[in-house]
Design a protein around this ligand. Structure first.
Ligand code: TYD
Length: 210
């Protein structure tokens, strides 16, 4: 793979969108070509799966069904968009990826992480992001920010306890590998973006162009 694959993770309301815009400007200013995408979604088929996943009408969805739909959307997105872009030398910025499945379907819904890991291997093999930025904020603060956004989807209707388990899972996973950078999103925007810039600069492709 010639490009670099960057994922942004975190609980609702941590400021992913604003910081994704910052990453886009950061790469533009260095003449690095990129594609910006999101999960669940990113391709026509995966966006249709997203509609089902977020629809609050689906209140009886079984956690394993939810997991498999997340990975069905992800497999399509990975093969159709992410890998071809990386092969062409483009960088890919993705709003959520597999870590969200461990955090939401694992931590949140209570599915065993070993089962998630099996589904991950089955669908993606050893394909992983090069850098994962976890924006971290106390759940109450995040939910207060996200609450101002209008109609809530099926996940946003979950309890504070659910999101506390999601947050704890992101933080626990972040300790396991050096591809994770946890950034305290309670700090000022310029402080957060300074940290994101530093994480991006650590990526080998950026180091070698300097
Ligand atoms: P989205 O509107 O993108 O939420 P946010 O703005 O908070 O990123 O909706 C995506 C929702 O899907 C979000 O609540 C998290 C959830 N999700 C999972 O539960 N598992 C996953 O694997 C992914 C990618 C997302």
């Amino acid at each position: 793979m010639k490009g670099r694959f960057i994922t942004i993770e975190g609980v609702e309301g941590v400021g992913k969108s604003t910081n994704i815009s910052y990453i886009e400007r950061f790469l533009e200013s260095r003449d690095i070509e990129f594609v910006s995408t999101r999960e669940p979604g990113g391709t026509a088929l995966a966006e249709r799966i997203r509609d089902v996943l977020l629809d609050k009408v689906e209140s009886s969805m079984d956690p394993m069904t939810e997991l498999l739909l997340m990975f069905a959307a992800r497999k399509q997105h990975t093969e159709e968009l992410i890998k071809p872009a990386l092969e062409r030398g483009k960088w890919v910025i993705c709003d959520r990826y597999t870590d969200s499945s461990y955090a939401y379907q694992g931590g949140g819904r209570g599915l065993d992480s070993k089962i998630i890991s099996k589904v991950e291997k089955l669908t993606l093999g050893s394909f992983k992001p090069d850098l994962t930025i976890v924006l971290d904020l106390p759940v109450k603060k995040g939910l207060a920010r996200a609450g101002n956004r209008g109609e809530l989807d099926r996940f946003e209707l979950e309890s504070e306890k659910f999101f506390k388990r999601v947050r704890a899972t992101f933080l626990a996973r972040a300790k396991t590998h050096k591809r994770y950078h946890v950034i305290n999103a309670s700090r000022s925007l310029s402080a957060v973006q300074g940290k994101i810039g530093a994480a991006l600069t650590c990526l080998p492709a950026l180091r070698s162009t300097r």
